[in-house]
Write a protein that binds this ligand. Sequence first.
Ligand code: BGP
Length: 458
Amino acid sequence: MKYAFPDNFWWGSASSALQTEGAREGETTWDYWFAREPNRFHNGVGPQQTSTFYQQWKTDIQLLKQLNHNSFRTSISWARLIPDGIGEVNPEAVDFYNQVIDELNEQGITPFITLFHFDMPMAMQEIGGWENRDVVDAYARYAQICFDLFGDRVLHWFTFNEPIVPVEGGYLYDFHYPNVVDFRRAATVAYHTVLAHAKAVQAYRAGHYAGEIGIVLNLTPSYPRSQNPADVKAAHVADLMFNRSFLDPVLRGEYPADLVALLKSYDQLPACKPDDGFLIAEGKIDLLGINYYQPRRVKCRDSAVNPQAPFMPEWFFDSYEMPGRKMNPYRGWEIYEPGIYDILVNLRDNYGNPRCFISENGMGVENEQRFIENGQINDQYRIEFISEHLAWLHKGISEGCNCLGYHMWTFIDNWSWCNAYKNRYGFIQLDLKTQQRTIKKSGEWFAATALNNSFDRE
Ligand code: BGP
């Protein structure tokens, strides 16, 4: 069967500043944490070891072109642009991002730019990070500076990438700095992130810039083990906490009432100011980026909560290991392709069918060298992964979902938060020592699919 996509469908991939660019003047929480706890990072490889996009951007943009990308998302590094987060703008960073943006446009690749992709300037973390409202203001200033500098040539902006992840990693489950386990602080961080997002949207609207503004959320559809009311309720709470805590404010301009009521009953609500509600209402977006990697399967808890234990989302559900689920064993994530369709249908039916696109989807695999044939990684598994997801995406579009494109994570194998180079995701293989880049089979497959705006499959 032939799967054809709408005209002007966005074909591309995503990356981020910290994961690709290499060293910079302004320190981030990642540099700081790595210097103190290198053991937290796979093989002790830190964020300085990258595919050196800061030097090789021109070559890399040629490669993007070779892969027939018509669009590409990366982020601006707040710490590169404004090393202390709030003070002087670094003119070298301005030159760098100008060159990248101009070259992308010249090559016919539409730049999609994220403002915050997990890379908090250390100077901002030192004053409390997202727990401090001054950091919200510093971020709003940073966003305004970016719009003023680049807004004439960047027409697709994203305030945050996966804002729930720094909440989970930094304040609940200890996989990002500052390694806190405290729900109330996590809720404050999430809340202030939504305020920061809304301030950026407000500034963008006030400046009448030429393009559109959105956010990138990792949506994990929550599936209950069974239709038993207790399982269904468990899935509902997981959905409220991990999806709707950001999805509702950015699409509906307000939080779900039952999420607020739940947190209130456990005294976990962040401190609010009287005008916050108006601000949040102004944070409604033009375009939603959806990162989809895995579903979330849950069941009701079998045991009572220890009332002395720290309050956690898991007070309301347990994760459920569905028998026979298909796994990506390297990352430990379930692969469930229909999830992409379920997300789109939910957006269509419950959120007014917003303009959206798949901003990340991907498969990290360990030791891909074992698949080299004639000098090239033959990653047939990745081609299967993409085509199966695209088939479900296609079904969603044919049923009226407003999905405008598909970006893969990622372009060139890159540094991944704590996993460093353990799992490789790229269309292009990176030799970290020589910096040599070699297109994988999946890169060729994607280039053909993008060129034809379609692919064939049995
Ligand atoms: C997303 C992030 C990316 C990227 C990707 C792969 O959550 O937006 O930055 O890292 O996941 O995940 P990981 O690198 O953790 O394997």
